[in-house]
Design a protein around this ligand. Structure first.
Ligand SMILES: C[S@@+](CC[C@H](N)C(=O)[O-])C[C@H]1O[C@@H](n2cnc3c(N)ncnc32)[C@H](O)[C@@H]1O
Length: 361
């Protein structure tokens, strides 16, 4: 790396850390100041005005500025052009690391190694010997391992299904997932101890739960919104064509409610649901489609007609949520999570309030 780039990197990193520090006195700021994000994101993909992906690499105009911005950077696309790995927004990473309440020497397990940037931050603060991180993609693990070594970090990283944990280093004091989950994997809970803090994206939020001595855990969601790449699984494509042959039923729930006010609770009630919108030439939303991995689909159109098809009645769930939250947008931090060996459920305001079972698998 040339000297001017190194100087620019140091200046941009110092400014970036100062911006992160303007809102928080986090103990993680030293790690953000020390770890060079460009080592972990030597290139990324961004969409141009025609939504075509273009690769931006070190030396390209704007590359370093993007690396030291608060942007999530897409680092891997599959053959369909769908992002499969990214470096998350640094502000969100900081919020999750803060929520862990980790101290130097704590043993940390991460599901979702990705670029290795978060594992580098964790190694910088907790010590490499205390960090274990896994990714399902062996190519990513290979790259992350060499990038971490370049930064003098040597956490244990490996390829596998992160939901299984790594019992040889258990019990973990802290557990973080940087891939979206539908529930907290039971194998990870069995590798925790009393007082272990678990921070994980569930739906469009981040859950923080503390494990109690009987293997149960409870906690609340952070106030920050979050969209994380889902843990990789196969899902069926939506069958909107057959759906359109069904009679539409009148509904008073608007498409904008689904996209906005009900978005977070819907992500708890229908874990892993997908959505798409139809727009007119003026760019106004004229309809919304929902689907889940089991082939269930629903649409609502601006006309106020909803249709649904498949094993789950998706629109019925939307209507139930609209009745539970008739006007207000519920705050994420009013939602919580309770985990027992038998069941995991998310709830609103208290564990006896409205609740949604999280799927076991
Ligand atoms: C948002 S990225 C993680 C970002 C990463 N922590 C970083 O600092 O760059 C999510 C990662 O989770 C990985 N992932 C998805 N499903 C997984 C699974 N079942 N086990 C382990 N990793 C998984 C993806 O391959 C992807 O790299």
């Amino acid at each position: 790396m040339t000297e001017p780039t190194t100087t620019a990197s140091a200046r941009l990193r110092a400014e970036f850390t100062a911006r992160l520090g303007a809102e928080s006195q986090s103990e993680w700021l030293t790690a953000f100041a020390d770890v060079r994000r460009e080592h972990y994101v030597p290139s990324f993909y961004r969409q141009d005005a025609q939504n075509q992906w273009e690769e931006v690499s070190a030396g390209d105009p704007g590359y370093l500025e993007a690396v030291y911005s608060d942007a999530a950077l897409t680092t891997q696309l599959n053959k369909h052009g769908i992002p499969t790995s990214s470096s998350s927004e640094p502000r969100l990473m900081l919020a999750m690391l803060d929520a862990l309440d980790a101290k130097p020497g704590h043993r940390l397990y991460e599901l979702g190694l990705g670029t290795g940037y978060n594992a580098a931050l964790a190694s910088s603060r907790l010590g490499s010997e205390n960090v274990v991180s896994v990714d399902v993609d062996p190519d990513l693990v290979h790259l992350a391992r060499s990038r971490l070594a370049r930064g003098q970090y040597h956490p244990l990283v490996f390829a596998g299904d992160g939901e299984q944990g790594y019992p040889d280093r258990a019990p973990y004091d802290r557990i973080i997932s940087t891939a979206g989950l539908h529930h907290i994997p039971p194998a990870l809970l069995s590798q925790a101890r009393k007082g272990t803090v678990v921070v994980a994206p569930i739906g469009f939020g981040i859950a923080r739960a503390v494990v109690s001595d009987d293997g149960e855990a409870t906690g609340r969601f952070l106030p920050v919104p979050a969209f994380f790449m889902p843990r990789r699984t196969l899902t069926k494509a939506p069958d909107f064509a057959t759906l359109e042959t069904r009679t539409g039923l009148p509904t008073t729930v608007s498409a904008t409610d689904v996209l906005d006010r009900l978005k977070f609770p819907l992500s708890l009630a229908l874990p892993g649901y997908n959505s798409c919108t139809w727009q007119n030439e003026a760019g106004e939303v004229t309809g919304i489609g929902l689907w889940t991995g089991d082939g269930s689909t629903a649409t609502v159109h601006a006309s106020g007609k909803a249709r649904q098809l498949g094993p789950q009645r998706l629109w019925d769930t939307v209507e139930e949520l609209a009745a539970t939250f008739p006007e207000e947008t519920p705050a994420r931090e009013d939602f919580g999570l309770t985990i027992t060996p038998e069941r995991q459920h998310a709830w609103y305001r208290n564990p006896e309030g409205p609740s949604w079972s999280l799927p076991p698998g």
